[in-house]
Ligand binder design. Structure first.
Ligand SMILES: [Zn+2]
Length: 448
């Protein structure tokens, strides 16, 4: 995946890079596990070679005793330190660059998890991001020529990659961007006007839209698929989207840093395929040691495509487990459970076990609370209190409320005092996303 480095690529170079990346992404998903491992090894060596030219990784490689990045083996990654937004901010962006900063694209991420992120990449590296989105679209029968509606952040500036260029000159249809907090009736009107084959957006916004469709009984021409992104995608969101739009709902684990990391297999949408050709994805315990397949841990990602600002052993703060088996669909890409939200969006029990969004949604499922709960948020408060804020569709009956309380108590009541409160509104975070589980800030956790 080493990209030819030309400081100001013309549109033709950019578009041909995009085409090459797309064809390669299409083909490589079908390689065997061994074939993919062989490519990962070579790509990792190329990335490390470039990374050794940067101040930060140059020092890290020397400290780890790596003298020849060209003969580096993937299992040796464990010798290198983890990085995260905080480490990058501490050392400064320049310490991570292998090329001149001028001409690189700025990628900023929200600070919903603490430190906001700031990353740089080259226009040609952007092509690889698009290629991985197209891999997902094409697995669900969509093409580059399909109109799409994206319900996320409406005023997000277009990145200056080749896709943007093709859209600007009219060779690809425009993406209609709508704000995730726009009223569902407005979004629905645009969906009805455009009948987009691709409907994509933040899971919370898609869920609200799907609910609105079902509540109003509106008939919508089914898109080819509904792609749910950008935060914890709950079972509830996927079920509602399928029911409302009569189309498969796809869980896409995509981040600003890396683009699409993993996505629902079309044959078995409860599991995700990892883009093993583009990343080394490790799953580690809290102390940083690797966990075996099937065990939940934190995702640590190394990009095999980013060389202008390499990202090696980057701690995502998100949790999932690798699944050992091969997939029946025939893709060689490895399997991952659905992503269990961020480590910073989990409440820790005294035993260290985590309370995450999937646990809470499963409790709500057992209590059949989705019939009356529209949205929820669980907030940890000092003194081992958990407040369940519920935005109710309709006031619950005594029995409904009692059933939910009992099931919640049986699961987390040993560790926390529970309060269940009906509220009028649960606000989205400033980044347009809804955080389901809000732990105490770390400083207060230690004091508590
Ligand atoms: Zn599969």
């Amino acid at each position: 995946m080493a990209l030819p480095f030309i400081s100001t690529p013309g549109p033709i170079t950019a578009v041909s890079t995009l085409l090459q990346s797309t064809l390669r992404a299409e083909k490589e998903q079908w390689l065997s596990t061994e074939g993919l491992a062989a490519r990962r090894r070579i790509r990792l060596q190329q990335v490390l070679l470039r990374a050794s030219e940067t101040r930060y990784y140059g020092a890290a490689l020397r400290a780890a005793g790596v003298t020849d990045p060209a003969s580096f083996e993937p299992h040796e990654l464990e010798r290198l330190p983890f990085v995260d937004r905080r480490v990058i901010a501490q050392h400064g962006l320049e310490a991570f660059l292998s090329v001149e900063r001028a001409g690189l694209i700025d990628v900023m991420t929200s600070g919903s998890t603490g430190t906001p992120g700031h990353f740089l990449r080259h226009k040609l590296e952007e092509a690889d991001y698009s290629a991985r989105w197209w891999r997902v679209y094409s697995a669900y029968g969509c093409s580059a020529w399909d109109t799409q509606i994206n319900v996320a952040i409406a005023d997000k500036p277009d990145r200056a990659g080749p896709i943007t260029f093709l859209r600007r000159i009219g060779m690809l249809p425009r993406v209609e961007r709508l704000a995730s907090d726009a009223p569902p009736e407005e979004v629905l009107q645009r969906v009805r006007d455009l009948s987009p084959p691709i409907l994509t957006g933040y899971a919370g916004a898609i869920e609200a839209l799907a609910e609105h469709v079902l509540k109003t009984g509106t008939q919508v021409r089914p898109p080819r698929a509904v792609f749910c992104t950008a935060m914890e995608v709950t079972d509830r969101c996927l079920e509602l989207a399928e029911e409302a739009f009569h189309a498969p709902a796809v869980d896409v684990y995509v981040t600003n840093e890396f683009g699409v990391v993993a996505w629902s297999c079309p044959s078995r949408r409860s599991v995700l395929h990892v883009n093993d050709d583009a990343f080394v994805v490790e799953v580690v315990a809290q102390d940083g040691t690797p966990v075996p397949p099937g065990t939940l841990g934190e995702l640590v990602v190394t990009s095999l495509g980013l060389t202008s600002m390499p990202l090696i052993r980057y701690r995502m703060g998100d949790m999932a487990a690798r699944l050992p088996q091969a997939c029946e669909c025939g893709r060689g890409l490895g399997l991952l459970t659905r992503v269990h939200g961020r480590t910073t969006h989990a409440i820790r029990r005294p035993s260290g076990a985590l309370i995450t969004t999937p646990l809470i949604t499963s409790l709500f499922g057992r209590a059949q609370a989705h019939t009356w709960v529209r949205r929820f948020q669980v907030r940890e408060e000092p003194g081992r209190h958990l407040r369940f804020l519920l935005d109710a569709r309709q006031p619950p009956s005594e029995v409904q409320r009692h059933t939910l309380t009992e099931i919640v108590e049986s699961s987390v009541g040993h560790d926390f005092k529970i309060a269940i409160e009906i509220v009028d509104h649960i606000p989205m975070a400033p980044n347009g996303k809804l955080q389901f589980v809000v732990p105490l800030p770390r400083s207060e956790q230690e004091a508590a």
